[in-house]
Design a protein around this ligand. Structure first.
Ligand SMILES: Cc1cc2nc3c(=O)[nH]c(=O)nc-3n(C[C@H](O)[C@H](O)[C@H](O)COP(=O)(O)OP(=O)(O)OC[C@H]3O[C@@H](n4cnc5c(N)ncnc54)[C@H](O)[C@@H]3O)c2cc1C
Length: 318
């Protein structure tokens, strides 16, 4: 190593990102690419999280309020399109969407496994490391595990409030990081007529790769919640099958292979994004629509840590 390289290395900031979901993995990759030493820490195995498996992963800005949040989502879609097209592991699938008969040709969905693989690949290429299957109970434990750090970015989804609230007692929006439980059903159907995202009165269906469709129903979700029942193939599939067949007028093949994943939607207590410093060296990245926003937020968080605050984040500060 030359003396200049040694000096540069010594000057590199050390950052730990807690959470390897779409938000944390994207932020970790971009922070590392800007020259910091990054450790990405995750309770779950890298490459998949409960929320990412259960996500409908529709990249869209429909019905999102206020206007600053809608614009952030629209910009999020643009960054997915651009970054995915330029990557060796593309993840954005542009299908268009149809909501109650109105079409939106620019919409699509994220293949979340591909997106996470691409971010982890970028992170490793930029010299970052991943410590997965490593749950931590507190920020203190993070410091013990990884040693001295210049910044801790907490993108721990539903685990964010428990970890950060003790050091940020003046941020009421951190009183909770859990929203509603939801589910995603993946159904192996062979050939099918679902060529775009369809949203019909709370039922959402989309293609999901080779011979598969994915579906969620806000009505069934609410019924399960009221009854205190967890989503599973047994509790979801009979009603979901009826709902899909009724809405689309299409008979699903008998004996279709079905998988159901469920997860709690992460978001701050007031439902809006929470992005920024909450204590001396602690940065929080917590949001709903995390899939839509992840490609863009990774960039904005990395710039934020360098003191290059983007005005689009101003409405979402702690
Ligand atoms: C049913 C459902 C449907 C959805 N549909 C859409 C949609 O159509 N479009 C859209 O844009 N968004 C959608 N979302 C939201 C989106 O999926 C989430 O916002 C996104 O997946 C959250 O990503 P994240 O990185 O913030 O959190 P997560 O994916 O939950 O990642 C959190 C990470 O933190 C780690 N972690 C947590 N606690 C600890 C701890 N104590 N120690 C160490 N690590 C920890 C976890 O292991 C994980 O790696 C949906 C979500 C659900 C559940």
């Amino acid at each position: 190593m030359t003396s200049t390289a040694r000096r540069d290395r010594a000057a590199r900031r050390r950052v730990v990102v807690v959470g390897a979901g779409v938000v944390g993995a994207s932020a970790a990759a971009r922070i590392a690419e800007r020259g910091s030493d990054v450790v990405l820490l995750s309770a779950e195995p890298a490459g998949s999280t409960a929320a990412s498996r259960a996500s409908f992963a529709w990249v869209n800005d429909h019905g999102k309020e206020p206007e600053a949040y809608r614009r952030l989502n629209a910009d999020g879609r643009r960054r997915h399109v651009e970054r995915s097209a330029a990557h060796s592991i593309p993840w954005f699938v542009r299908t268009g969407a149809e909501i109650d008969g109105v079409t939106y040709p620019d919409d699509g969905y994220v293949d979340v496994a591909a997106f996470l693989a691409a971010q982890l690949d970028d992170l490793r290429r930029a010299g970052g490391t991943v410590r997965d299957s490593t749950p931590v109970a507190s920020l203190e434990q993070v410091r013990v595990l990884v040693g001295p750090v210049d910044a801790i970015v907490v993108a721990a989804g539903t685990g964010t409030a428990a970890m950060v609230a003790p050091v940020a007692p003046t941020v009421p929006r951190l009183s909770s990081s859990t929203g509603d439980d939801g589910f995603l059903a993946r159904i192996e159907v062979g050939e099918h007529p679902i060529d775009r995202i369809r949203s019909l009165e709370g039922l959402q269906v989309r293609p999901d790769g080779d011979g598969r469709i994915a579906a969620q129903s806000l009505r069934i979700e609410a019924d399960l919640r009221r009854a205190g029942i967890t989503a599973s193939v047994r509790t979801v599939w009979p009603a979901l099958r009826d709902e899909i067949e009724g809405a689309l007028g299409w008979h699903l093949p008998t004996g279709a292979c079905v998988r159901v994943d469920h997860a709690v939607r992460p978001h701050a207590a007031d439902g809006s994004p929470l992005l920024g410093i909450v204590a001396e060296d602690v940065y929080v990245a917590l949001t709903h629509s995390g899939v839509t926003l992840a490609a863009l937020l990774g960039e904005l968080i990395a710039r934020d840590l360098d003191g290059d605050a983007d005005p689009r984040l101003a409405p979402f500060r702690p």
